[in-house]
Each structure stands twice: as C-alpha cells, then as structure tokens.
Write a protein that binds this ligand. Structure first.
Ligand SMILES: Nc1ncnc2c1ncn2[C@@H]1O[C@H](COP(=O)(O)OP(=O)(O)O)[C@@H](O)[C@H]1O
Ligand SMILES: [Mg+2]
Length: 364
C-alpha cells in the first residue's frame, strides 16, 4: 500500500526535454491511467517512478520515502511490460517465482504466494508448461503473476495489452480491474488507447508533450474537457468541431457558424463576449435525432451510416461540414436523406480558438 508523489519532475536527453516540471500526486489504492499520444512521455514517467530511468531533476516519493535515487529493487514496485520476456527454458511456475527465489523469500512462503496468484489469474492448469505452449494472453498473465508474487506496494503497467487481439484485450482489462478490486494495490497503467483508459481508470492523467494536460475521473475528462486537445483525444467517434462567432443579445447567447445558430446556456458561459472567435465542440453521442420544429437543430444530408450494432454512426453534411452523430435510430435513415439533430445545450463545449482552452464557467 502506498501513495506516490512526484514533484517538479524533469527529464532531458541531452538538450531535448521530454518531461517538464511535472507534479503528480496519487493516493493509496488508486488506479491511475497515464494516457496520451505516442511519444508524449508516458513510459518515461513510469520508468522514472520505477527507477529504470534517472530523473534529470525533481523527486519521487513512494509511501513517505524519497526513492528518487534508490535502485528499482528497493522501491517496492513491480512493473509489467508490453513484451512479456518470459524465460523459455523455465516452466510457468519457475518463471513466476524466479524473482522471489532470487530475493531469498522462504520456500513455503513462495509456494503459498504462487498458489494465490495462480488462482487469481487462472493459471493453475498451466504451472508446469513452458511459455511456448501458452497463448499470448496466458503469457501476459504469467508476466502479471511474476509481478504480483512480489507483493509490491505499487504496480506499474506499460501498455501490457497492446500485443493482444481485441477480444483478449477486453478480457484481460476486466481481469486487471478485478485484481485491483481484490488487492487494492496502488496502480499506474500506461496506454495510448482512450477507450482502455476510460474503462479501467479511477483517474486519468492525460499527457501531452511531457506535461499534464488534464487529470480527472473518466466522466470529468469526457464531459468537461479542459482543452480542445483533451476533447479531441477522448471519445469515439471523435467530437465534432465547428468554428463559430459569439453573439450576445441581452440575456440570449448564440454561437453562429455561417448559417448554423446554436443557442448557449448563458449561465454556463458567462464570460463570452460578442464577436469572440470560438470553436464549438459537439459529442456525436450527445445529440438526438429530432422531429421538425425542435429548438437548436443541426440539419444536414446523410453521407454515410456505420452500423455499430446497438447504435449507429450517422455522418451528415451540415452546410458543407461533415459531422457525426451516434443514434440508436440509425436504421430509420438512408444516405441522401435529410436529417435533423437536436443539440442539448448542456452538452455544447466552447473552446477559445487561439488557446484551445475551454470557456465553460469554472466549477461546471
Ligand atoms: N533513451 C532516449 N533517448 C532520447 N530520447 C528518448 C529516449 N527515450 C525516449 N525518448 C524520447 O522521449 C519522448 C517520450 O518517449 P516515451 O516516454 O517513450 O513516450 P510514450 O511512452 O508516451 O510513447 C519521445 O520523444 C522519445 O523519442
Ligand atoms: Mg510508451
């Protein structure tokens, strides 16, 4: 059990700074996901917490101890990588227990822990097999068991599921989450996959170019993105963006994008001024097919429909801009049809066009 605190972490390779003054605090038991595009510094951060990479400056504190200059083995962390790197000549049981045997943990204790982790990960039938006789998912479970048997204070996962096919990835994701419910070990999980992050995280730390762009629960990140970058990164299909100009008439607040006029709830955007250049953000899943005459409509012609089973993505040409909508009623429309979508004012995002920052009132 441990909380983790990183303060003013900087990492530079020569003159190239890849992490810049990063502060982060993770409470005991939390399951945190580092999310961000490839190259933003997720692995580097994780490796500095693990002790596999030196910090250029700053401090890492785990469970009250400054571990910044401690060797990986002295930090009480265990890491699981994308490549499992199991020893081919050893059995599953030997692979799992290799680390703890080297640490000199007494044999009966090793046997007891092996039994527990094998049961938790469903590896009991495979303990005497060699890795080459296991599937990819089973091999990744062995790699996880090898980390768990060390009973670390902190689990670190670096894209552990990226090599697996979609079905297996989903299954192991659920298992990792269940494992966390059972053990409650503080966990950092790195991924570039926003859906994986949304489904597995207590809290998402969204990184961009070596800095934290936003952190929050999956709901906060999805419904209250602090920047256009976050809004664009999270959600599939991607959020629709529309350049617009603000018009304020007395109490009424409107965003105008050519012929499209969308009224905005003034209490949510009290800082907006007439003439302000913004970008509207509309989530495809937060709009509904609407009957004629409804307020706040987007009207367009259907270009394409993507069937996703229980719902469908309708891509429509709205006054020259292609926009996506997700609806359960997608089977009622065809390419070429005119469609109307109602916008729920509480789900309209407004970003400053220059800075990309959300213009939603603080606290909403
Ligand atoms: N050993 C290294 N030498 C120089 N640059 C590196 C080294 N390791 C990583 N980088 C750079 O640091 C940045 C962050 O990399 P990384 O942490 O692996 O990103 P991510 O895991 O988010 O994809 C990248 O620009 C990468 O090229
Ligand atoms: Mg990485």
């Amino acid at each position: 059990m441990a909380n983790i605190s990183c303060s003013s972490i900087t990492k530079a390779y020569g003159t190239h700074t890849v992490i810049e003054g990063l502060d982060l605090s993770i409470p005991d038991h939390e399951f945190v996901v580092f999310l961000g595009p490839s190259g933003c510094g997720k692995s580097t951060m994780l490796r500095m917490i693990a002790g596999l990479e030196e910090v250029t400056s700053g401090n890492v504190v785990i469970d009250g101890t400054d571990v910044t200059h401690l060797a990986p083995g002295a930090r009480g962390v265990a890491m699981v990588f994308q490549s499992y790197a199991l020893y081919p000549h050893m059995t599953v049981a030997e692979n799992i227990t290799f680390g703890v045997r080297r640490q000199g943990v007494p044999k009966p204790e090793i046997a007891r822990r092996l039994k527990d982790v094998a049961q938790l990960l469903g590896l009991e039938p495979f303990l005497e097999r060699r890795p080459k006789n296991l599937s990819g998912g089973q091999q990744q479970r062995v790699a996880m068991a090898r980390a768990m048997i060390k009973t670390p204070k902190v689990f670190l996962f670096d894209e552990p599921l990226s090599n697996l096919d979609a079905k297996l990835r989903e299954k192991l994701r659920t298992e990792i989450r269940k494992m966390h419910l059972a053990l409650k070990t503080t966990t950092i999980f790195v991924t570039h996959d926003q859906l994986e992050a949304m489904t597995i995280a207590d809290r998402i730390v969204l990184m961009r170019a070596g800095q934290i762009e936003q952190q929050g629960t999956p709901d906060e990140i999805f419904d209250r993105p602090a920047t256009r970058f976050v809004a664009d990164f999270i959600g599939s299909p991607t959020m629709n963006f529309l350049p617009a100009s603000i018009e304020r008439m007395g109490e009424a607040l409107t965003a105008a994008a050519g012929p499209i006029h969308i009224s905005l709830p003034p209490e949510r955007f009290s800082g907006l001024k007439t003439g302000q250049q913004v970008e509207l953000g509309l989530r495809p899943a937060r709009m509904d097919l609407a009957p004629e005459g409804s307020a706040n409509l987007l009207e367009g012609r259907v270009v394409l429909i993507e069937n996703m089973g229980s719902e469908g993505q309708v891509i429509a040409d709205v006054h020259g801009t292609e926009m996506s909508f997700v609806t359960k009623d997608f089977r009622s429309v065809r390419p070429g049809d005119r469609v109307r979508f109602a916008i729920r004012p509480e789900h309209v995002h407004v970003f400053d066009r220059a800075s990309g920052r959300s213009l939603l009132n603080d606290g909403l």
